[in-house]
Write a protein that binds this ligand. Structure first.
Ligand code: CTP
Ligand code: CA
Length: 224
């Protein structure tokens, strides 16, 4: 990009990104989580910062370095992530890449749960807040709100349904039927109300650059 920051495509824009898994405590030593590495979300944060944006990255527990020029806020649970997202608003665009745990243990046990008797404990679950849907419905909705959707089947069809159900502008549908989780490549489809852009399988940082280019175009066409 142009060495003069003011000439970069996202100069003056504030971009919020969530990334990584969330971790939902069961007791002091155990938790529920998922396989997200955070790589795709961190790559998008890096690409947005490169494009000149002010970037707030709200990250679940991951083993990744903070990209240069990015403000990172670490969280653990979905509820912590939801609180930090609320605090970060308003922004121009939010890209929610985090693999938020859909459920958490209904009753957190202050003490480590012990084996006793013969029956294993029954784990009761309760649903976490939907951070993306709540942001879409809230008073400070970003003008460009983007969700990710990891799917193993009917990838684009499911994304179209999610786009409507969550009230967002774009869904980046992520085909995780191969070895995407934790890997360096990704195959995505950008689903919007006006159509589907099928991207090739490519490195996660290339996906990030393509997505950020499109974001810059969309924000610019709204500005004019
Ligand atoms: N998401 C969120 N809060 C949640 C669950 C999901 O913000 N509690 C966001 C994710 O960050 C992602 C999008 O919603 O951007 C879609 O997540 P996904 O898990 O695909 O959707 P769900 O509605 O949870 O549906 P599913 O049953 O397929 O998991
Ligand atoms: Ca989910």
């Amino acid at each position: 990009f142009d060495t003069d920051p003011e000439h970069r495509p996202l100069y003056g824009k504030h971009v919020l990104i969530t990334a990584g898994p969330t971790r939902e405590a069961i007791d002091p030593v155990r938790y529920i989580a998922n396989r997200s590495s955070g790589k795709q979300g961190f790559a998008i944060a890096a690409a947005a910062a490169n494009a000149g944006a002010r970037v707030t990255l709200i990250a679940g527990p991951v083993y990744l370095d903070t990209p240069p020029g990015v403000d990172r806020i670490d969280v653990e649970s979905a509820r912590e992530m939801a609180d930090e997202v609320k605090k970060a608003l308003p922004v121009d665009t939010a890209i929610m890449v985090a693999a938020v745990s859909d459920w958490r243990s209904k009753d957190f046990s202050d003490e480590k749960i012990k084996k006793r008797g013969s029956a294993p404990p029954a784990l009761m679950l309760t649903e976490n807040p939907d951070i993306l849907a709540n942001t879409a419905a809230g008073g400070k909705r970003p003008r460009l709100l983007i969700g990710f959707a990891a799917e193993t089947q009917d990838v684009v069809e499911n994304a179209k349904i999610k786009l409507k159900r969550k009230g967002v502008d774009w869904i980046v549908a992520n085909d995780v039927s191969g070895d995407v989780m934790g890997g360096d490549n990704n195959r995505v489809h950008i689903v919007t109300s006006s159509g589907v852009d099928n991207l090739e399988n490519m490195p996660k940082d290339a996906v990030a650059r393509r997505l950020i280019e499109r974001v810059a175009e969309a924000l610019e066409s709204e500005d004019n």
